[in-house]
Ligand binder design. Structure first.
Ligand SMILES: NC(=O)c1ccc[n+]([C@@H]2O[C@H](COP(=O)([O-])OP(=O)(O)OC[C@H]3O[C@@H](n4cnc5c(N)ncnc54)[C@H](OP(=O)(O)O)[C@@H]3O)[C@@H](O)[C@H]2O)c1
Length: 231
């Protein structure tokens, strides 16, 4: 049994990761922000807003074996309609939130013999899409953070990143809230479907586990073939 911390474990991909880890009898400390959760089985929930200047995570156990950071956004707008303040807010949520959490938890991760951090990017960093300038900028920073932290923390802590394409979660709600929109989005992918939270959670759980013990500093597309195939 290992101790895992999932930031943003109350919805979408983070909720699926929380459930998969708990089903494997690991102890999971999962945060919620707006959707309050009740403890169940191996899952202890706690409230956290990563935009707060001070995060108090002192109640977590002395040894943590893995951390996943899930809070994200999909702000899609034409470039000229996005203010510099929008870019900063998005960076605060997606990048500085991860930085603050990792800085707090790192001493506990270093007490694990096999610690792993998993971050989330997006297919829109590798491939340019219209209206994605905010999210691609923040997630591009996450990919840089992944590689530099992986170097700095080796060999004690592995750091990897997953770059999904559109996945059926509340975050993507506006893009897939009718059967027609879902169908159109599915057809954009070589595998002709959008992702499920479990598709992404399976990769995250692999990257947390000792089975991926020789993998660090990588960004893995999990995207129905979107970033690399033209069919
Ligand atoms: N879904 C997609 O199509 C897609 C595509 C590409 C990349 N991604 C990336 O994948 C990751 C997971 O996305 P998702 O679709 O699973 O998102 P989601 O369903 O919106 O879940 C986000 C989680 O983060 C928490 N959260 C949001 N704001 C927070 C804050 N200020 N402080 C602390 N926690 C906060 C939410 O808590 P509450 O729900 O309790 O408020 C929730 O648990 C994100 O980084 C996203 O950018 C997703």
């Amino acid at each position: 049994m290992k101790n895992y911390v999932i930031i943003g474990g109350s919805s979408g991909i983070g909720a699926a990761i929380t459930q998969q880890l708990s089903a494997s009898a690991h102890q999971v400390y999962a945060s919620y922000y707006t959707h309050e959760q009740t403890n169940e089985g191996h899952i202890q929930y706690f409230h956290l807003n990563v935009m707060d200047s001070e995060l108090s995570l002192d109640f977590l156990p002395e040894q943590i074996d893995g951390l996943v950071y899930c809070p994200g956004s999909i702000l899609l707008k034409p470039f000229l309609r996005i203010s510099p303040a929008d870019f900063i807010r998005d960076y605060e949520l997606q990048v500085l939130g991860a930085v603050k959490v990792i800085q707090q938890i790192l001493p506990r991760l270093k007490k694990s013999p096999q610690a792993s951090i998993v971050l989330f990017s997006t297919v829109a960093v590798q491939t340019g899409f219209t209206f994605h300038s905010v999210v691609a900028s923040s997630k591009g920073a996450i990919e840089g953070l992944t590689r530099s932290l992986a170097a700095e923390l080796a060999p004690s802590v592995r750091v990897n990143c997953i770059a999904p394409s559109i996945t059926d979660t509340p975050l993507a709600g506006n893009l897939i809230n009718t059967p027609e929109k879902k169908e159109v989005n599915a057809k954009r992918h070589p595998l002709q479907k959008i992702g499920t939270p479990n598709d992404l959670a399976s990769m995250a759980c692999f990257l947390l586990s000792d089975a991926s013990g020789w993998i660090t500093g990588q960004v893995f597309p999990v995207d129905g073939g979107m970033s690399s195939l033209k069919v």
